[in-house]
Design a protein around this ligand. Structure first.
Ligand SMILES: Cc1cc2nc3c(=O)[nH]c(=O)nc-3n(C[C@H](O)[C@H](O)[C@H](O)COP(=O)(O)OP(=O)(O)OC[C@H]3O[C@@H](n4cnc5c(N)ncnc54)[C@H](O)[C@@H]3O)c2cc1C
Length: 200
């Protein structure tokens, strides 16, 4: 619809993170949708919005998986750089096995999430419509990336919560990835159903 039409209004939501994306509540108060605005055309599109939306959900979940993996990659790189820089300044942070193992774990989790996302994106692009896999991918990418970022915060110690470093932003930004495009719980519901379990 034309957003200048009477009855349409929005209210911005003040969020903890993900400020690169503007988020609003959208209100439709007795608005009329004119025929030319029916997505897919009047004949195919009328009362078929949900069907059209369902087709897009796989792609939305893949895009959100990529967002989560990108944030985790940045957190991993910052943590690695931070540990090495401390070592160069005489603090043996990067020489301790605990830190090395944490970075090794972060790198491995990142690799698994990325490889799975590429494989799922390939299936979607090839036309297989992989609903179960996109739910698995989004849930895994969001939750794994959240864990990777938390490990990054830990490596930076007090600097992990300092506004002088980007790490705190990754932590704030990642939280929405467990919610948008269907929450982690909803992805698990979809996976359960697709492996033959009855929905609750
Ligand atoms: C920053 C942001 C951007 C967004 N952008 C968009 C957008 O562009 N377009 C759009 O359409 N929407 C958007 N959303 C909405 C988003 O997709 C929904 O908020 C999300 O899917 C959760 O749905 P809900 O709000 O109805 O939560 P609720 O259903 O109220 O969920 C509350 C809690 O209950 C849990 N829960 C609910 N039902 C079940 C169940 N059956 N089993 C187990 N647990 C359950 C959820 O997992 C969650 O933890 C956005 C939300 C945010 C926060």
């Amino acid at each position: 619809m034309d957003t200048k039409q009477e009855g349409y209004s929005t209210k911005e939501i003040d969020k903890l993170g993900y400020h690169g994306s503007n988020t609003c509540e959208v209100y439709y108060d007795s608005v009329k949708v004119l025929p030319q605005y029916i997505l897919g055309g009047q004949e195919k599109g009328l009362n078929n919005g949900w069907k059209q939306e369902m087709k897009l959900l796989n792609q939305e979940r893949l895009v959100l998986s990529a967002c989560a993996i990108g944030m985790a990659q940045a957190a991993y790189e910052d943590a690695l750089e931070y540990a090495i820089a401390k070592l160069q300044r005489g603090n043996p942070l990067a020489d301790t096995q605990a830190i090395q193992h944490t970075l090794a774990k972060m790198a491995t989790e990142l690799e698994v999430a990325r490889t799975f996302a590429y494989a799922t994106a390939w299936k979607e692009a090839a036309g297989y419509s992989p609903t179960k896999e996109t739910s698995m991918c989004k849930y895994f990418a969001a939750e794994t990336s959240k864990n990777i970022i938390r490990q990054g915060v830990n490596i930076l110690g007090p600097d992990g919560s300092s506004m002088d470093y980007d790490m705190q932003r990754y932590l704030r930004d990642i939280l929405i990835l467990s919610i948008g495009g269907g929450t982690t719980q909803i992805q698990k519901n979809i996976i359960s159903k697709s492996v033959g379990l009855k929905g609750v």
